[in-house]
Design a protein around this ligand. Structure first.
Ligand SMILES: [Zn+2]
Length: 274
C-alpha cells in the first residue's frame, strides 16, 4: 500500500516537473530573444497576422484555427517588448500606393469570422498592450453561431460576436471588416450572387456602425480577378486573402497576403514568421 502511494507521488511529481519544464521552455524566448529597438527606418515589408479563434476551450475546435489566450498573450507581450506597433489595416492602402511610409516594426493583426472569443479573450489582451486589430464579421450570423461551417462539419459550433461586442470593439478602434453575408465561397457562386454578398455585407455594417467599411476578407481565401474587381467597385480599399506572405509597396491591395498563426506555434515559431 505504501509502495503504491510512493509510486503515485513520484508519478505526480514527474508530471508536474514535465509541465514545469515545458512552461519554462515556452516562455524562455521572451527573455532570450531581444531584438534591437525600432530604428528610424521605414518598413519595406509588413506582416499581417491571421488569427481565427482565441480560446482555451478544447471543445471550440482544433489548434489549426485556435490559439490559446496564454499563447496569444505571450505573442503580444513579445511584440510589445520588442518595439512592434500595430497599424490599422486600412493604412496599408497608402503604404502600397507609396503615399505613406510606415516605420519599421509595423505589424497588423487580423481575426477572421468574428468569434465571440475574440471579444472575451483577445480584446482584453490587445487593450493591455495598446494594440489595435481588424475583425472580419459575417453579417447574417452576427449574434448567432458559425452555422456556415458547423453545418458542413468543417468546424465545431462556436458562438459569434453580437452587435454589442462589435460596437465596443469598434469604439476602441478595432477595424470592423466585411466577410460576406453568409460566409460562402465566392468562387463557387455566380458573379451577381457574389456581388450581392460583397455589397450588402458592407451596407449592413455601415448602416449599424455609421462609419465607412473599407476592408474585406474573402471567405476560405477564395478569390479571382473578377471578384477583386467587384470588391474594388463596391467601395472597399483593401481585401485580404489566406495566401501566405508579407505585404510590400508592390502588393496588390485586393489580394493582401497574410501570415497564418496556428495554435501549434510556440513562441520560437511565431518569432520566425515576423
Ligand atoms: Zn472565414
Amino acid at each position: 500500500m505504501k509502495l503504491i502511494r510512493t509510486a503515485l507521488l513520484v508519478l505526480v511529481l514527474l508530471v508536474a516537473a514535465w509541465f514545469g519544464v515545458r512552461y519554462v521552455w515556452e516562455i524562455l524566448p521572451i527573455y532570450i530573444y531581444s531584438e534591437p529597438q525600432a530604428e528610424a527606418t521605414n518598413a519595406s515589408q509588413i506582416p499581417v497576422l491571421m488569427y481565427h479563434k482565441i480560446s482555451p476551450d478544447l471543445k471550440s475546435g482544433g489548434l489549426g484555427m485556435r490559439v490559446t489566450p496564454a499563447r496569444f498573450n505571450l505573442q503580444m507581450q513579445y511584440l510589445a517588448k520588442n518595439g512592434y506597433h500595430t497599424v490599422p489595416l486600412t493604412e496599408l492602402t497608402d503604404f502600397i500606393k507609396g503615399n505613406k511610409t510606415l516605420p519599421s516594426k509595423s505589424i497588423i493583426i487580423t481575426f477572421d469570422d468574428g468569434y465571440l472569443d475574440n471579444y472575451k479573450y483577445a480584446f482584453p489582451i490587445l487593450k493591455k498592450y495598446g494594440f489595435t486589430a481588424a475583425v472580419f464579421v459575417v453579417t447574417d450570423y452576427i449574434g448567432k453561431t458559425n452555422e456556415f461551417d458547423a453545418a458542413k462539419k468543417l468546424q465545431m459550433v462556436n458562438q459569434l460576436l453580437g452587435w454589442n461586442e462589435i460596437d465596443q470593439m469598434s469604439d476602441y478602434g478595432i477595424t470592423i471588416g466585411a466577410h460576406t453575408l453568409k460566409h460562402v465561397s465566392l468562387t463557387d457562386i455566380t458573379l451577381p450572387e457574389a456581388r450581392y454578398e460583397i455589397e450588402n455585407c458592407k451596407l449592413v455594417l455601415e448602416e449599424h456602425l455609421k462609419t465607412p467599411i473599407e476592408a474585406f476578407a474573402y471567405p476560405y481565401g477564395h478569390y479571382n480577378s473578377q471578384l477583386k474587381e467587384i470588391v474594388r467597385k463596391s467601395g472597399y480599399t483593401i481585401a485580404v486573402t489566406t495566401d501566405q506572405g508579407l505585404v510590400t509597396p508592390e502588393s496588390d491591395p485586393y489580394a493582401i497576403k497574410r501570415v497564418r498563426i496556428t495554435g501549434n506555434y510556440d513562441l520560437r515559431k511565431f518569432i520566425n514568421e515576423l
